[in-house]
Design a protein around this ligand. Structure first.
Ligand SMILES: [Zn+2]
Length: 163
């Protein structure tokens, strides 16, 4: 089993449960939250949670923020709501080591770096790490691929192992 660490040098001030956790209601109950939100200021450095390989290059995600997806051992990890241009244009197939800087927390359109909503790393996990197809789907409740999983218990472990 691959060795994992937390994606930030320090834990966020708020936890990744409840409204910030997996399965929380979104869009007035029309869908469920597909990941965990790690609240951090925009521009904060994000680190690879394990050795891995880039699967999805920097792609527009939400309100001017982007995402990348890495395969880390048996999982896919989507690093969402990241800063445009913060991946140094890493290409598919690029390998990383655990704890290597890979991207930064994104700045949402129209918000200041520590704006009223707070910026974050939106982290998603999928159990079929070898399956590199699109993560989005039309199927509820997550509107994500069916192998989506709760990153919360993993983050609870990884936070004991900071990069
Ligand atoms: Zn989120």
């Amino acid at each position: 089993m691959a060795d994992f660490c937390f994606p930030f040098k320090t834990p966020p001030s708020s936890d990744w449960k409840g409204s910030r956790g997996f399965g929380a209601s979104r869009n007035k109950g029309r869908r469920k939250h597909g990941g965990c939100d790690l609240i951090k200021p925009a521009y904060e450095q994000i680190y690879a949670v394990s050795d891995g390989v880039l699967v999805h290059e920097e792609t527009l995600f939400y309100l001017g923020t982007y995402y990348v997806t890495y395969q880390h051992g048996p999982y896919l990890v989507r690093y969402g709501e990241i800063l445009k241009g913060s991946t140094n244009s890493a290409r598919r197939g690029t390998t990383v080591k655990k704890g290597q800087p890979i991207c930064k927390v994104g700045l949402m359109n129209g918000f200041k770096a520590s704006g009223p909503r707070g910026h974050m790393l939106h982290l998603e996990m999928y159990s079929k790490g070898n399956l590199h197809t699109a993560l989005r789907s039309n199927k509820g409740p997550y509107l994500r691929r069916s192998d989506i999983m709760d990153p919360g218990p993993h983050l609870d472990q990884w936070v004991n192992n900071l990069p």
